[in-house]
Design a protein around this ligand. Sequence first.
Ligand code: ZN
Length: 170
Amino acid sequence: MALRKILTEEDPALYRKCRLVTDFNPRLHQLIDDMRDTLGEADGVGLAAPQVGVLRRVAIVLETNVPEEDEPYIIELINPEIILAEGEQHEAEGCLSVPGEYGVVQRPAHVRVRAQDRFGEYFEVEGTGLTARCFCHEIDHLDGIVFKQKCERMLSQEELQQIEQDRDQE
Ligand code: ZN
């Protein structure tokens, strides 16, 4: 298990466009494994390679929209692209690179993503709700966009407290 340091919003690496992955080699696998460990440790729902200082098009997303008896699982996305987007949602988002701040972002309600897996094989995956937001949020990171840049508004202190109260009751 290897944890990587998560960069925070003042780091210029978060605002640069990431390059395509062309080598599906052990180094890539190590990066993805470290990102999985780092996301688990941070208790997040998504992480993009630039957040750990690697300017390559790699992201992972936790699929939480699973039947009750199943565990959430991580989807690994290499060179992901949104190939279909439908509807819209306006929900609060946060980011491991922007600790303690949340803001409302307009996102599609449903997306289909085409990506490669860690061995270079193409696949398609769909997401709704939180998963759709997460796909969009992580792919934005690969284009050097942090959610605050497209936020409709940031949540107030009272709203944040409400969210924390709700979470404590879970
Ligand atoms: Zn983020």
